[in-house]
Design a protein around this ligand. Structure first.
Ligand code: PLP
Length: 415
């Protein structure tokens, strides 16, 4: 299976809002928190409803047609996801709850492959969900965790990365494709190549990357790629772990229960083939099927056009905010670096949380805080930022509304 760039039957911009009931029937407004979770198009909502109304029967169990059909739809969703990310086989696709569970699954599943003293190399840009599971593993197995440095504007320091790979010979490298705190696009192809040449396993956190950059896992060459449905216009409670078949084969089960076994006896049990081995219990099959609909939706856009749209919005936000007194901007694009879909800033006299509350009175939703990326923010010398994050439905008008809120906040809190 290979991905091919869609010609873009749909185009990002505020006209696409008509496809999202949130904007046409719901609260709408300037929703600028898509990095936390995206709004859902009608095709995804309708698909979820259709499964629950017309096809609801447990998968992999019943001998009756309804169950067989639900199973078929679930299997088709796996094929759609494999196709979207360029995986050779749908056997590489494990349905999980989200990125967090995917990374925990790998950290647990690979546990016995690690020996005391082995090194896991991360980066200071990582979301907590790509740090804490490794810390737990390190504690269990006596491993060392090292972090690749970032520059003053939040770019991955590739020279430091190269040096650490050479010096520490990590067994696992786990790095994000796109940082949720700053919008940093990492040179992920180079990162994976350097790690592979040094014999390390690689996990790419694609929680943001899948939506804003896309991926072809075969040409990227990573061992694992993790993402969440709810950040790619799909439902919550469903996500994906892609694993190379031989890597998945070498992993121990994460959870035990129904569906993940080949047999169970009082003496012991045998495991099902991958990917079922990692899908214990009743899966979130309606959500998985609706994730397939989200994949269909996303592939109706040209990746290049989505990227262009979101980079342009970041550029417009930086240009506009630069002219505003009291604003400090963060991220690679402040210095000509590669950044997309996120614009992080702070204000001189207004705490980010206060700003988010004031912005809300203008029906502008922004995120305030550490964005589950405390090491990155600490490195930049800041505890919290205000984050606008964009999706295919975002527009320059959203950014202009943020400026209105900034002026009001600085008027209230003093300039
Ligand atoms: N990694 C990145 C880069 C993220 O942005 C997020 C969520 O914001 C996660 C991991 C965790 O995703 P989830 O909470 O869906 O498991």
């Amino acid at each position: 299976m290979t991905t091919k760039e869609s010609q873009g039957e749909l185009h990002p911009g505020d006209r696409v809002r008509s496809l999202f009931p949130f904007f046409t029937e719901g609260p709408g407004g300037c929703y600028l928190d898509s990095a936390a979770t995206t709004q859902k198009p009608a095709v995804v909502i309708d698909c979820l409803r259709d499964v629950l109304v017309n096809h609801n029967a447990n998968v992999h169990r019943g001998a009756y047609r309804l169950s067989a059909h639900a199973t078929e739809l679930y299997d088709q969703a796996r094929v759609k996801i494999a196709r979207m990310i360029g995986a050779k086989s749908e056997r590489s696709i494990v349905f999980v709850r989200g990125t967090t569970e995917a990374i925990n699954l790998v950290a647990y599943g690979c546990e016995l492959l690690f020996n005391p003293g082995d090194v896991i190399l991360l980066s200071l840009l990582e979301h907590h969900s790509n740090i804490v599971p490794w810390q737990l593993l390190a504690k269990r197995r006596g491993l060392t965790i090292a972090f690749t440095e970032i520059t003053a504007t939040g770019e991955l320091d590739i020279a430091d990365y190269r040096a650490k790979v050479a010096a520490l010979k990590p067994k696992m490298v786990a790095i994000t494709q796109l940082a949720n705190s700053l919008g940093t696009v990492t040179p992920i192809q180079e990162v994976v190549e350097i790690a592979r040449n040094a014999g390390a396993m690689t996990l790419v956190d694609g929680a943001q990357g899948i939506t804003h950059l896309g991926v072809d896992v075969e040409s990227l060459g990573c061992d694992f790629y993790a993402f969440s449905g709810h950040k790619m216009y799909g439902p919550t409670g469903i996500g994906v772990l892609y694993g190379r078949p031989e890597r998945l084969e070498a992993m121990q089960p994460f959870q035990g229960g129904g569906d993940m076994i080949s047999y169970v006896s009082v003496e012991g049990s045998g495991w099902a083939e991958v990917p079922q081995r990692f899908e214990a219990g009743t899966p979130a099959f309606p959500e998985a099927i609706a994730l397939g609909a989200a994949a269909d939706f996303l592939t109706r856009f040209s990746k290049t056009e989505v990227h262009h749209h979101e980079v342009e919005l970041v550029g417009f936000a930086l240009e506009t905010l630069r002219g505003e007194p009291g604003v400090t901007l963060y991220g690679p694009a402040t210095n000509g670096g590669h950044q997309t879909s996120v614009c992080s800033f702070s204000l001189d006299t207004v705490h980010p949380h206060d700003f988010a509350t004031i912005a809300d009175t203008f029906n502008v939703q922004v995120r305030a805080g550490n964005h589950c990326a405390m090491p990155a923010l600490r490195k930049l010398g800041v505890q919290a930022t205000i984050r606008m994050s964009f999706g295919v439905y975002s527009s320059k008008a959203d950014v202009v509304s943020v400026v209105t809120a900034i002026r009001e906040a600085r008027r209230i809190f003093g300039r």
